[in-house]
Write a protein that binds this ligand. Structure first.
Ligand code: ATP
Ligand code: MG
Length: 577
């Protein structure tokens, strides 16, 4: 492709609203343009990247025996009623839904479990037809509360989703294991560094689930990893062991003390400098909602730990958990915010505790009275220990559950997510097959997603420098940037044309900067767009000499024009292209 004949427009200025590098660089390089919050045009260069990622995805799925299909984005409410998910997705405000011209409620698919289950119902009738895995690559719609980071969190984005159907749990586990391999192959072939981690299945439901994280400091997800044991889990899901704090020197009777204005652990640390924060218990009030009711829930946790609301929501099996507002806190505790405690809470408040409180003796907690705290409190003596669960957020330095290693926290970008769904959807939607004895059984399903557009953004997040993007060869929009220093110079025109033709003929994708402008601007654009290889045809064209440089090299090298093609073929074959 010649730049003079293509829509190639780069900007000097960074977009003001870009919070991450991938977003800023893609906008500057003209790869994407925002049309509304979280809604983008994928320009020609971006589209080439997306098509390459899609191609790798298709090849790996097809190789594993999966079949491609395409399902509709527009879906009727009734279908979502059958699975029982309509309410939850509406409550989560993630679903785009509206009434059509005939008064029917419809939504734009955020995911396709319902449609695929409906599709196979009556088509897969016997165990003899199993297992099967179907996939599609399609635009998904999610009314993300905070669309941001460019393609990383869009409201309209491209996803590959796959669904497996098996006769039993064993079959499902082996389909899942096969897909895990497919995912490893896909992300390896895309040329990104990634970590598979244990994950929380979230609203989709089901049992086992793993996420594929592209390693990047700017990632939205925190990951708990242990280099000794190999443990890796999303912090939403991660579990750890923590040790109980030292016991108080003497056992003292519980007593109330005034703590004027001390609402946080920091305030209390200033007031009681001798009391370790591990012996200050926080009581956090939430409002949990189910379809038909709501309840105030108080969760007790050690002062140095945080509550993971996803674990709490999973435990309560409710639609949503949010921090209680001031009015609710006042009604439940009779006190201003900051003084809640486990003793003397309103009767309708459900009191739970994080495992971090276990073994804590002689602690401080809120007094359920403004400006008051209890001190030297003991479970068993002053109050019963509430039922404890693991609700905490894992922290760096925690011990792994097996006691063998220490946890570190790193960051990543979730580009893929695989789930074992079990019979959640097949049962709800009465989708069954006849087993060996002719008995009707619900399918054991798995579902598998890849954020295609997010993968492109993640690759840039992982590969960039001050000057621009650095694409991995397998998904770069073109393989090589051919820069001609002076368009119109006879020798340069001839050599550039010759290289362009011979490379194209050999299947190397060339973007030829044949513009008239100044070389400086061309080099800047080349760095911004970040094609993995660069060839410069300049002054030495008459001697058939060119400059060769990888995007990651510091210095260019002068080589014979005849060496260009063999070098490129070598680079492509090394990258598995
Ligand atoms: P997240 O936790 O990031 O919101 P999710 O768990 O809701 O994602 P899944 O339902 O598992 O996402 O979707 C499969 C894949 O689709 C994700 O792994 C991610 O790569 C991609 N994806 C999800 N939401 C978005 C979005 N808003 N924009 C771009 N890609 C997305
Ligand atoms: Mg996910």
């Amino acid at each position: 492709m010649k730049i003079t004949q293509s829509l190639f427009v780069t900007l000097k200025e960074e977009p003001a609203d870009a919070e991450v590098r991938s977003h800023a660089l893609m906008v500057r390089a003209g790869f994407i343009q925002q049309i509304a919050a979280g809604v983008y045009v994928y320009g020609p260069l971006m589209w080439r990247v997306l098509r390459k990622i899609e191609r790798i995805i298709r090849e790996e799925h097809d190789k594993a025996g999966c079949q491609e299909l395409l399902m509709p984005a527009l879906q009727p409410r009734e279908l979502w009623e059958e699975s029982g998910r309509w309410e939850r997705y509406v409550a989560d405000k993630i679903l785009y839904h509206f009434t059509d011209g005939r008064g029917r409620e419809v939504c734009l698919g955020p995911t396709h479990e319902e449609v695929i289950t409906k599709f196979v119902k009556g088509k897969l009738n016997s165990y003899k037809q199993l297992p099967q895995t179907l996939y599609q690559i399609q635009t998904k719609f999610r009314d993300e509360m905070r669309p941001r980071f460019g393609l990383m969190r869009g409201r309209e984005f491209i996803m590959k989703d796959a669904y497996s159907f098996d006769a039993d749990a064993e079959g499902m586990a082996s389909s899942y294991a096969a897909m895990r391999e497919v995912y490893r192959n896909i992300f390896s072939r895309c040329g990104v560094r990634f970590t598979p981690v244990e994950a929380d299945p979230g609203a989709i439901g089901g049992a086992g689930s793993e996420e594929f994280m592209v390693d990047a400091d700017t990632g939205e997800d925190a990951i708990a990893v242990c280099r000794t044991t190999g443990y890796a889990a999303n912090v939403e899901k991660a579990v750890s062991r923590i040790s109980a704090p030292p016991e108080p020197e003497a056992e003292v009777a519980m007593h109330k003390e005034p703590t004027p204005g001390a609402k946080s652990c920091e305030d209390l640390e200033a007031l009681f400098p001798d009391l370790p924060i591990e012996r200050m218990l926080k009581t956090i009030l939430y409002r949990a909602t189910w379809l038909d009711r709501a309840q105030v829930v108080a969760v007790l946790c050690r002062g140095d730990r945080e509550i993971n609301t996803i674990k709490l929501q999973n435990h309560l099996d409710c639609l949503a958990v949010e921090l209680a507002d001031e009015k609710t806190v006042k009604a439940a505790t009779g006190a201003a915010v900051g003084f809640a405690g486990p003793i003397g809470l309103g009767e309708d408040v459900l009191l739970l505790a994080d495992q971090s409180v276990e073994g804590v003796k002689g602690f401080l907690c809120g007094g359920n009275e403004t400006d008051m705290h209890y001190l030297d409190v003991h479970f068993g003596r002053d109050l019963e220990q509430p039922s404890t669960q693991e609700f905490g957020v894992v922290q760096a330095g925690d011990t792994t559950v097996d006691g063998e290693g220490t946890i570190e926290i790193t960051r990543g970008i979730e580009v893929g997510h695989i789930f074992q769904l079990g019979s959640k959807y097949s049962e709800a939607m009465d989708c069954r097959f006849a087993d060996l004895e002719g008995k009707l059984q619900p399918f054991q399903m798995g579902c598998y997603g890849i954020g295609v557009s997010r993968t492109a953004a993640a690759a840039i997040e992982q590969g960039h420098d001050e000057a621009g993007m650095i694409w991995p060869l397998p998904i770069a929009p073109f393989h090589v940037m051919l820069i001609q220093m002076r368009a119109g110079d006879e020798a340069q025109d001839a050599l550039a044309q010759e290289l362009y033709d011979s490379l194209q003929e050999a299947g190397v994708e060339v973007l030829w900067d044949d513009r008239k402008g100044r070389p400086g601007g061309k080099f800047k654009d080349a760095d911004l767009v970040g094609l993995p290889m660069r060839v410069v045809v300049g002054r030495d064209a008459a001697e058939r000499k060119v400059e060769w440089k990888l995007r990651t090299d510091e210095e260019a090298e002068v080589i014979s024009a005849d060496e260009v093609l063999p070098r490129m073929i070598e680079a492509l074959s090394q990258a598995g292209i």
